[in-house]
Design a protein around this ligand. Structure first.
Ligand code: GBH
Length: 484
């Protein structure tokens, strides 16, 4: 792999926004403090028998109590920006539009935002990173109730814009709606754990529910973004977007047209599913309609009009890896949500997409990241901020602190991906910012605490934080790629 020194010509603009990202449930802990209501992840991680190997988010990194220390880390690392998420059930413990606002929750995020500004760090706020108030799931089915949940999300968003928008100018409505829909409502490995194919789940309808949840997420997003555009943007002078994840896919057999179609279809099923309505105010991709038929909900004229009012300022991209796609010759199964393709780490010639990292699903593929940026920019035409990018080092889950902080692998990962951004800028793509995932090792959802994506080492017994080398290196990796 290349060194951390730039090989591509310089090219990041001096205004390039960069920093680190986190999510509330992965770091905060303090789940019963400050008036917070339970969210679906609290319930999911406390199911008996456990479906998460006994792991939960009750303490996590204890950021709820240690946030000042974490702000100091950000300052020490030279970050210009910090992406974090707000826990909906800290702001409105019962979640709904008639339910009371919790002033202690407002106070917590006020301190966080003011602490960032005092350190000259721009807040980037995600409204929803997977932690739906449990009360809304119990009351009407949460994300399965398209009409109800969008009204409650709009009110939650309004409270956040009203209370924080004078100081927080960068908003992300929803993080990775694909994960929420598929992991939560099809394969059941994330809260609320609904699936008809996963033996650990007792409820669910995998052929149907993910498409409904996705529509609820899309319309909730649209309500929040159009509200911001109409009532807050001019007055507060901010920006709003969404964070969409998705790997890049190359054809398994570059000579087979059907694999080219499979690669494109795989990305349409993952990214176009959300980006068509959210970025273009258009129906779902044609390849999805063709495969899913009536199981894919329709958008009414009124809904499309709301999506047009929800015009976005940027595309937030969470990017980690790439894969090869191979077409299948058999008809798609009813539970298929990937466009009827096989996903492989090697192509037909046996070439790997990238070397292994410290987690099985992630292989660095920076050249394909550059292609991905070009493809997304051509299709959706919005300025792009990388809202997540990072990795665990090979074997890091078994390392002690001293080994973990010497993270050359992570530094090279950052450097090669920033080279890819410089390449994409030369291809004409507007890439305006970069957030490394993550500020600190944290709770990797159902996988627990073993996989370490942080630039800061977290000791989960003492809760001590120790900067890894990459934490202090990212700044020079970025600045050395800036045009002066
Ligand atoms: C992001 O998701 C999340 O936003 C963040 O909270 C998380 O901590 C971070 O990435 C690191 O994972 O082999 O079937 O288990 C990234 C999207 C989708 C990547 C699921 C891993 C696992 C596929 N993730 N994928 S599987």
């Amino acid at each position: 792999m290349a060194s951390v020194e730039p090989k591509a010509p310089k090219g990041l603009p001096p205004s390039f926004v960069w920093g680190f990202a986190t999510a509330a449930y992965q770091i905060e802990g303090g789940v019963s403090e400050g008036g917070r209501g339970p969210c679906i992840w609290d319930k999911f991680m406390h199911l008996e028998p456990s479906v998460t190997n006994g792991v939960n988010g009750d303490v996590a990194c204890d950021h709820y109590h240690k946030f000042e220390e974490d702000l100091d880390l950000l300052a020490k690392y030279g970050a210009r920006a910090y992406r974090f998420s707000i826990s909906w059930s800290r702001i409105i413990p019962l979640g709904g539009r008639e339910d009371p606002v919790n002033e202690e929750g407002i106070a917590f995020y006020t301190s966080l935002i003011d602490g960032l500004l005092a350190r000259n760090i721009q807040p980037w706020v995600t409204l929803y990173h997977w932690d739906l108030p449990q009360a809304l799931h119990d009351r009407y089915g949460g994300w399965l109730n398209v009409e109800e949940v969008q009204k409650d999300f709009e009110r939650y968003a309004r409270v956040c814009f009203e209370r924080f928008g004078d100081r927080a100018k960068n908003w992300i409505t929803i993080n990775e709606p694909w994960i929420v829909s598929i992991h939560g409502y099809s394969i059941g490995i994330d809260a609320p754990g609904r699936s008809s194919t996963n033996k650990q789940c007792s409820e669910g309808d995998s052929p149907r529910e993910p498409w409904i949840a996705a529509k609820a997420l899309i319309m909730s997003h649209a309500r929040a973004a159009s509200l911001y555009n109409k009532e807050f943007k001019a007055k507060q002078g901010g920006r709003i977007g969404v964070s969409i994840n998705g790997d890049y896919y190359e054809p398994w057999d570059p000579k087979d047209a059907r694999d080219h179609e499979a690669a494109e279809r795989r990305m349409e099923f993952h990214i176009g599913w959300f980006a068509n309505p959210m970025m273009l105010a258009q129906d779902y991709p044609a390849s999805m309609r063709a495969q899913l038929g009536d199981r894919l909900p329709q958008f009414t004229d009124a809904e499309l009009s709301l999506l047009r009012d929800a015009e976005l300022d940027f595309y937030g991209m969470n990017y980690y890896t790439a894969q090869f796609a191979r077409h299948r010759s058999t008809p798609a199964e009813e539970t298929d949500h990937k466009g009827n393709v096989d996903e492989l780490a090697e192509n037909k010639a046996g070439v790997s997409v990238g070397e292994p990292s410290g987690i099985w699903w992630l292989r660095p593929a920076p050249e394909l990241f550059r292609k991905h940026l070009v493809r997304i920019y051509k299709k959706y035409g919005k300025p792009i901020y990388i809202t997540e990018n990072g990795c665990p080092c090979p074997g890091e889950e078994k390392m002690n602190k001293e080994e973990s902080v010497r993270d050359e692998y992570r530094q090279r990962y950052f450097a090669t991906h920033l080279d890819a951004i410089v390449g994409a800028l030369q291809d004409g793509v507007e890439v305006k910012g970069y957030f490394a995932w993550s500020l600190m090792d944290n709770m990797e959802w159902g996988l627990g605490y073993d996989y370490r994506f942080g630039v800061t080492h977290t000791n989960y017994e003492t809760l001590e934080r120790t900067p890894k080398e990459s934490a202090l290196r990212l700044r020079s990796i970025i600045e050395s790629r800036m045009s002066t």
